[in-house]
Design a protein around this ligand. Structure first.
Ligand SMILES: NC(=O)c1ccc[n+]([C@@H]2O[C@H](COP(=O)([O-])OP(=O)(O)OC[C@H]3O[C@@H](n4cnc5c(N)ncnc54)[C@H](O)[C@@H]3O)[C@@H](O)[C@H]2O)c1
Length: 390
């Protein structure tokens, strides 16, 4: 006996990642998997089919999933793929159910057990399965590289025979996983770095990575380690402190997010107008509408002398490493449910229970009902993409 695992080729525009890399195949086989992939699944990250040992390749995606016990992907698959799956099979990928009501309904109709990667709980035991974190860390790193290429100056201090050039000033706003990685990267590249967040515990984290912390006196800790929205008074208080730091920065990286809400606006149009000539903002929150009032998701624009870069799906731009980490995240999740060549779901396990979105034709209790949630209050920017600005 074995568990039939199928890996899809991504079809969404500009998605370069793949849910399985060669180094993870042997581990899956050890768990009791027989692995099938869609032909060309790794092409976008230069992983040819021949790079995958002990994997059977199938061209047709409906044929691929029709006999699978487990289907792995990065982005939500097409409806016809769900329809072609066996009733009761398992699907593991990012879903973002509030944006995919038709897909969720199809999962329910086909009684698919769907594990949505974005739902993995942010607890210590689940860190190895936390794809939001692995992908955000890469995005934080890349934001600094992207910002640096748009600056007409260097980040570190250098001394030449003709004279010295001082280090650039980098301000990172929003110090979750991406923001902290951006601080670490900018610091390694020799910039003078400042960090800001509304969760006070981030102060110590910023300092430990070599940044100064911008203290605004606002504590907006929300539920589950996330931030809450600021009141109008708090926004005024924050702006009064931040304006000076925004005006002094050469490069600003914003990453602020509040679960289920559009991105909070941290930089106003007036603040952009007061920035240094040649300064650059890299807005990593473009997917949720952006942290800057001038941001246009998916575009690189010029406002006066300031460049605002707002890429979408940044992890995909680092597809090779992003696929590697994502595949390991999925393997670690699968290892919780596969043993001795069979799948056994332990619903008493917090990670299994919370990551699941649908099971046996029912929505897991804390998931939003598809019909009750027509979509998020953000612009549909799927046609625009980071590739344009890379
Ligand atoms: N397994 C784990 O234990 C684990 C793993 C990853 C993350 N976490 C925790 O999960 C939480 C969320 O991390 P994330 O990277 O997903 O964050 P996120 O993407 O939800 O948000 C990014 C950052 O934006 C900040 N923010 C929101 N509104 C802001 C505002 N108005 N001004 C400035 N900053 C603002 C948030 O505080 C957060 O630090 C953090 O507490 C993090 O430490 C825990």
């Amino acid at each position: 006996m074995y568990v039939n695992v199928a890996v899809l080729k991504e079809t969404q525009p500009h998605e370069r990642r793949v849910a399985l890399v060669p180094s993870v195949v042997a581990k899956l086989i050890k768990l009791g998997a027989k692995v099938h992939m869609q032909s060309g699944a790794g092409d976008a990250v230069k992983l040819s089919d021949t790079a995958f040992k002990d994997v059977a390749f199938i061209d047709d995606r409906k044929e691929l999933v029709s006999d699978a016990d487990v289907v792995l992907a990065v982005q939500p698959p097409a409806l016809e793929v769900i329809s072609a799956m066996k009733e009761g099979a398992i699907l593991i990928c990012f879903i973002y159910a509030d944006k995919e009501p038709a897909l969720v309904q199809r999962l329910l109709d086909k009684k698919i057990t769907c594990f949505a990667m974005e739902r993995a709980p942010r607890i210590t035991r689940a860190q190895a399965m936390d794809a939001l974190s692995s992908q955000s860390a890469l995005a934080g790193y890349y934001a600094v590289q992207l910002g640096a290429t748009h600056l007409a100056r260097i980040l570190p201090k250098i001394t030449t025979a003709a004279g010295a050039i001082g280090p650039a000033k980098v301000l990172v706003m929003g110090l979750g996983v991406a923001g902290l990685e951006a601080i670490a990267t900018a610091h390694r590249l020799g910039a003078v770095v400042e960090g800001y967040d509304v969760r006070p515990e981030t102060q110590e984290q910023a300092l430990s990575l070599g940044a100064k912390f911008v203290e605004t006196g606002v504590d907006a800790r929300g539920k589950g380690g996330y931030a809450r929205e600021l009141s109008a008074e708090e926004k005024t208080q924050v702006a009064a402190v931040l304006t000076r730091h925004i005006q002094q920065a050469d490069l600003i990286i914003t990453t602020a997010a509040i679960p289920g809400r559009p991105s909070p606006k941290l930089i106003s149009k007036a603040q952009v107008a007061g920035m240094k000539a040649g300064a650059v903002i890299v807005d990593l929150s473009a997917e949720g509408g952006g942290n800057c009032e001038d941001t246009q998701p998916g575009e690189t624009i010029q406002i006066g002398q300031v460049t605002i870069v707002a890429p979408l799906n940044v992890p995909s731009l680092l597809g090779e490493d992003a696929s590697d980490l994502y595949a390991k995240n999925q393997y670690n999740l699968l290892a919780l449910m596969m043993k001795d060549n069979i799948i056994k779901l332990d619903w008493g396990d917090e990670v299994i229970a919370k990551t699941a979105l649908t099971h046996a034709g029912k929505l897991k209790s804390d998931a939003a009902k598809p019909e009750a949630n027509p979509g998020r209050a953000i612009k549909d920017t799927s046609a625009k993409h980071a590739a344009k600005v890379a």
